[in-house]
Design a binder for this molecule. Structure first.
Ligand code: IPD
Ligand code: CA
Ligand code: CA
Length: 276
């Protein structure tokens, strides 16, 4: 069985578990200020780890809730057992399971397979290195939008250290230069939206490897591009994720360079003026 088929079965099982929890009243715990974790995050990761152990006992796993189990294996899984926890905890139905497998050789590491499952819509996004990306078995491709001003973009804001995050400035500038920005609350699904052509671009500061490992492969296999904010190659520990259909990427990079440099910024309107 291919990795993607086996991963899809695990993701669907974890997604069904999340839906059972979603329909119940939840006990929310706090990892930090506004950083929620639910019983569902933990139960989903436990299930995924058990399934990986049953079929591939030697593989290593980096999961958001339990951290890294590292035995020096050639294969490492990146698991976000519930991406969109804040949505989930508030009953807002935008969340998913995200999993990727990386093959680590002495001189390189390559992500070879990825699956992201949205159990609220029964949408399973997947990709295998060199074999394209799919949504529920149908091939998907990034959009063909050619300019930023005709684009719809996605972004996200972290749930911790929000006071240190400059993203609101980027949100403001890019809102005024595009058809608009969506902030749906699940970075993995945002990346899938770029892959499926629903968004033309996406960016976020400070994402973790379990947020991006699967979605980045799915975008690349769907014909898109992912870099850091200065155009240098994306890496799982980059903490900078800029994804697009590839066509508008250079325009986005120029916008990012201008915003970082403070060039051509639109001033924030004064709410007191607006009121009059
Ligand atoms: C979060 C979501 C959110 C993003 C945050 C992530 P979590 O993941 O992906 O969209 O803006 O940065 O931490 O905590 O729900 O797994
Ligand atoms: Ca996440
Ligand atoms: Ca999570």
């Amino acid at each position: 069985m291919s990795f993607v088929l086996a991963m899809s079965a695990i993701a669907r099982e974890a997604g069904a578990l999340l839906m059972r929890h979603f329909d119940q009243h939840l006990k929310i715990e706090y990892k930090g200020e506004a950083d929620l974790v639910t019983a569902a995050d933990r139960a989903s990761e436990k299930l995924i780890r058990e399934r990986i152990r049953q079929s591939w006992p030697s593989h290593d796993v980096l999961g958001e809730e339990q951290g890294l189990s590292d035995s020096g294996s050639e294969y490492r899984w990146y698991v976000d057992p519930l991406d969109g926890t804040t949505n989930f905890a508030h009953g807002f139905p935008v969340f998913c399971v995200s999993m990727a497998i990386e093959r680590r050789l002495p001189d390189s590491a390559q992500r070879i397979a990825a699956v992201i499952y949205d159990p609220t819509r029964n949408e399973l996004f997947s990709a295998e290195q060199g074999k394209g990306a799919r949504l529920n078995d149908e091939p998907i491709h990034v959009s063909k939008t050619t300019t930023l001003k005709e684009s719809m973009l996605g972004t996200g804001f972290p749930s911790h250290k929000r006071h240190k995050n400059p993203n609101i400035f980027f949100y403001h500038q890019l809102t005024l230069r595009s058809h608009g920005i969506r902030r749906a609350g699940s970075a993995a699904l945002d990346l899938c939206s770029v892959a499926a052509g629903r968004f033309d671009g996406f960016w976020e500061f400070n994402l973790n490897p379990w947020d991006t490992a699967a979605g980045v492969l799915i975008i690349e296999e769907a014909g898109g591009r992912v870099t850091r904010f200065d155009g240098s190659p994306f890496e799982l520990n980059s903490k900078e994720t800029l994804a697009s259909n590839g066509i508008i990427h250079d325009e986005l990079l120029r916008e990012f360079a201008d915003i970082f440099a403070g060039r051509g910024l639109e001033a924030l309107p004064d709410p007191r003026e607006y009121r009059r």
